[in-house]
Design a protein around this ligand. Sequence first.
Ligand code: TYD
Length: 138
Amino acid sequence: TVFDCNVIDFSKVDTEDGNITVVQNDGSLPFDIKRVYYLYDIPAGEMRGGHAHYKLEQFIIASSGSFDVIIDDGNFRKRINLNRPNLALHIKPGLWRELDNFASGSICMVLASHKYVESDYIRDYNQFIIEKTGENAH
Ligand code: TYD
């Protein structure tokens, strides 16, 4: 459910000249990272995401700027604002997600548990609800 998705605070190396945050597969993460991608040059007012995954697990990070992530498990919706590069929202499999309220210049970095597989996507919300609840969303 959406209540299984927490914001994790990755450690921050504080130097006089700025900060460094390190993320590595050292056994401390809930999944091994196989893919990194990032969204940028996002037009004002744009909504991204709008899909669910069967298997994929992700960390979503505002490596620059700020945006909101809306997660939805078919019963509950939760809106989380991300605005610091050391904070990551852990999204478990089987949840619908949307991203909006992008501040201009924002970079959304995603650390993912698997390589890109189109068949892992559910891109239709009604289909998602049917698979979650066995009922039609309308
Ligand atoms: P999509 O996941 O729909 O974008 P978002 O959820 O960020 O709104 O991906 C947009 C396009 O990019 C789509 O044509 C698939 C392609 N894509 C890849 O080829 N590889 C990837 O790892 C990702 C995430 C997307």
